[in-house]
Design a protein around this ligand. Structure first.
Ligand code: SAM
Length: 345
């Protein structure tokens, strides 16, 4: 046997793929590139609070993201705040599209947006190398939609954005809808029709206690079982198999195979055991869970002049300490210090 094969198989810490102490492989990075937003959705914002955290330079995000990619991240999702507000976004996507995973593949590059500015930006984003977008839409009825966003004209702008994204090939195009009892839970059936007519994947997301205000209560959450029951009454839902273990949505199609609906149920059927995510906030802090009580100052280390190797070692140590699960709905649950818009959804 050759001498080389007798060498210990342990590799330097930063060349291993990111895993946490619960055995989960972390391959999905969400990066907030601003906490500014042009919408004031009633379940997310107070309507009075503005941005609260600084933004990094685009090249600083790129440098930090590159360290994650060297540690095995394969999927990067840009978010905010509203990422389409960020100057330099197209160039940023172009640079990200040049990065390669540890297996030599391009990154899976996605972006989450409210869609307001997507009509003009969809084609340039696709041209720069973006693969997919998820558009947040909480109603298919124009008046209900604008009551939620508190921005006149927002429904038409977002609908144009959705259609432009589909035409540009940013597909499969997902629409995320947060349902709140008494606000927009009458939109469920309309969204099922919308999914079929607009050829988009609609995903209902249970409302989590991550708002700027204090609105959340278990009663306001519309749980997965209720959504499935309602859709089954109108159209016949057919469950679809999961594509990967870390898939967050339960997926369904309809009896005729046209259209797709997903339900993401972090409250009633938490999927923390399969979580593959880590987040970077607009000011360069690592958050290992949406509900983390602590943040880890990666950017502070960059500013202090730490080497790329030391930054990677810090990321590895931080991800090891990822929380096992969240505690929504349990006594003693603590809301995180940042709300969704300031973390990056
Ligand atoms: N501005 C972009 C957008 O609208 O998609 C990205 C940021 S936004 C905070 C990301 C997503 O988080 C949106 O789909 C929004 O509906 C969702 N969201 C905000 N607050 C939430 C909450 N408390 N529970 C569940 N989802 C929430």
């Amino acid at each position: 046997m050759a001498a080389a094969s007798l060498q210990p198989t342990t590799r330097p810490i930063e060349s291993a793929r990111l895993t946490d102490s619960h055995g989960r492989v972390i391959h999905d990075l969400r990066v907030s590139i601003t906490d500014r937003c042009n919408y004031k959705c009633v379940y997310c914002r107070t309507g009075e609070a503005g941005p609260q955290y600084p933004e990094l330079k685009i090249e600083e995000y790129l440098l930090l993201i590159e360290q994650f990619v060297k540690l095995g991240i394969t999927k990067v999702r840009l978010t905010g705040g509203e990422p389409l507000l960020r100057r330099g976004l197209i160039e940023m996507v172009r640079e990200l599209a040049r990065l390669r995973t540890l297996d030599g593949e391009p990154l899976d590059l996605a972006l989450t947006t409210n869609g307001h500015l997507l009509d003009s930006l969809a084609a340039p984003l696709k041209g720069a190398g973006l693969n997919r977008v998820t558009v947040s839409m909480d109603a298919v009825d124009e008046a209900v939609f604008e009551r939620i966003t508190r921005v006149p004209g927002s429904f038409k702008a977002v609908l144009a954005g959705v259609r432009a994204a589909r035409a540009a090939g940013l597909t499969p195009l997902k629409i995320n809808c947060v349902l709140l009892r008494g606000f927009n839970d009458d939109q469920v059936e309309g969204f099922a029709r919308f999914a079929r007519e607009e050829d988009v994947v609609v995903r209902f997301i249970e409302f989590m206690p991550l708002e700027e205000d204090r609105l959340w209560s278990p009663e306001i959450v519309v749980p997965l079982n209720e959504i499935v029951g309602r859709l089954n009454g109108d159209l016949q839902l057919v469950p679809m198999p999961a594509r990967e273990a870390s898939e967050t949505a339960r997926r369904y199609t309809f009896a005729d195979g046209r259209g797709e609906i997903g339900i993401i149920a972090p409250v009633s059927q938490a999927f923390c055991g399969a979580c593959s995510r880590v987040r970077l906030t607009s000011d360069g802090k690592i958050r290992t869970c949406l509900f983390s009580q602590v943040e880890h100052d990666l950017y502070g280390r960059l500013r202090a002049g730490e080497s790329a190797e030391n930054l990677r070692a810090y990321i590895v140590r931080t991800v090891r300490g990822k929380e096992a699960r969240h505690h929504i709905g349990e006594s003693g649950f603590l809301k995180p210090s940042r709300s969704m818009v300031h973390i990056g959804g």
